[in-house]
Design a protein around this ligand. Sequence first.
Ligand code: DX5
Ligand code: ZN
Length: 235
Amino acid sequence: MDKTFRIAPSILSANFAKLGQEIEDVIKSGTDIVHFDVMDNHYVPNLTIGPLVCDAIRDISKNVGALIDVHLMVKPVDRIIPDFAKAGANIITFHPEASEHIDRSLSLVREQGCKSGLVFNPATPLSYLDYVMDKVDMILLMSVNPGFGGQKFIPSTLDKLKQARARIDAYYEKTGRQIWLEVDGGVNAQNIADIAKAGADTFVAGSAVFGAGKDTDPNRYNTVVKSLRDALATV
Ligand code: DX5
Ligand code: ZN
């Protein structure tokens, strides 16, 4: 099994007036994935960005070798999935509570040529996975309630990560297919090692990364990304 750790900066905390430059700089600092938070002021109490912005950043993300990981916090999901696929999304995840037909929505994501994933809020049970493991490429555990960057990591996520890891490992034993385990919310250099030990392999970090960008130096994210990588190296 591949043991790579991936860091996915959430552009929610980036400087939107310079989004392309932010993405280029943060990926060149040693991160892997552009985490793209889509909020609709309905499923979550905030409003962010849509397919138009995804399309605008697709070339720059591709040029620096980063995947675009679209985290849909919208309800319903099916209408908008093809739009994000066309706009260059590589991975599309959604919340089971936001879909009337989870199996169908997962299939739709794959039919559109993207990797598919389910997102679990802090109180959402992992049993939603029971009959759809074959249709999932990524499991995303929220370690905050969705809607805003800059919140505090909820510690019970560590136990839940262990349970998700056990499901993924058992599935890998049976099928040889690897499912990524991503965590989202309140991740920083102080807690990332414990989060990795609990089983996560993909780490969203918004405020912890972009909060370090105080000037226009293209290397401004190097220090914070190195601190995340150094912590991961202890695992
Ligand atoms: C919250 C979003 C997260 C958020 C993470 O609803 O899904 O991706 O931007 O931000 P931090 O790392 O600041 O908690
Ligand atoms: Zn997110």
